[in-house]
Design a protein around this ligand. Sequence first.
Ligand SMILES: [Zn+2]
Length: 350
Amino acid sequence: MADVGPEQPGSWEQRWHPLREEWVIVAGHRQQRPWTGKTVAAAAAEIPAYDATCYLCPGNARVGGAVNARYATTFVFDNDHPCVGVDAPRAVVAPPPPYRVSPAVGVARVVCFSPRHDLTLAEMPATAIAEVTDVWRAQTRELGARPEVRQVLCFENKGDVVGVSNPHPHGQIYATSVVFKTIEIELGASDRHQRDTGRGLMADIIRAEQQDGRRILHEDEHVIAFVPYFARYAYEVYVVPKRRVAHVYDLTDAEVSALAGALSAVTVRFDNLWRMSFPYVQVLHQAPTDGGDYSAFHFFIAFHPPLRQPHLLKYLAGPEVGGGNFVSDTSPEAKAAELRAQAPLHYKRT
Ligand SMILES: [Zn+2]
């Protein structure tokens, strides 16, 4: 693979993030050398298909004493340590202005993606990923209908480096009385773009990615997956239904099936990149469920992998935490090329 030098166009510049309406500083010349293919130290320890000590495996007891169903596909339960919950104290002490407070009401749930302790989305068949997507559809509809819930955030934190030590494949759902900041930013950007141009912002992003083509990882009739031009993380990937819907539950069965295929294609390439279970934060970006007009919002799924190289984390520091803008040490074209070069079959199956 060619070195990404400062002379390579696109490796050192500032790119506009149209959904967040902020600049991303691409400084790809700072990564001295791309990964050269050395295998990751110590192959991951063999993980059993069932672990008697796992609180997510079928039939096992959890901390609070509840026992998991002997589920065969997916399994959803209320988080035993919820960050928002129906039991959150309603009586809050009003602080002096300019401070504000409100009860931490909502629902937090856990979604087991598979009864198998040793699988991940990357190793699950697309049909099983479609069942996970069905859970996201049903949960968003059910929780979004609750009067106190304005937003249903479905996400997956995967891997030690994002704080998840249990390998059992699972995600979480936060149904909150507040709209998450990222969604609020994207709503504003989408509304303004629709008003100013008469076109959908994500539709224009898809068109721009198709015109360039270098960052596309997967595409079919219904779905497209790409490293966005304005990626903030090295291996950031968006998986986007081509038809605009505001919520995951508005997808047709054919679109769910295509979405599952795309999620499989992306996660397999992630794992194949360094022949390891690839860590990431995966988030469903959907509109609030409070009955507002979200006709400009385009649902999509974003993967934010924290690694730049097998042992090199992207640390959020001064520019990101303090300044609020990302500095990317890699160019999206180079990272997309690495992912595009991966085989579509999981390395454990070859
Ligand atoms: Zn387990």
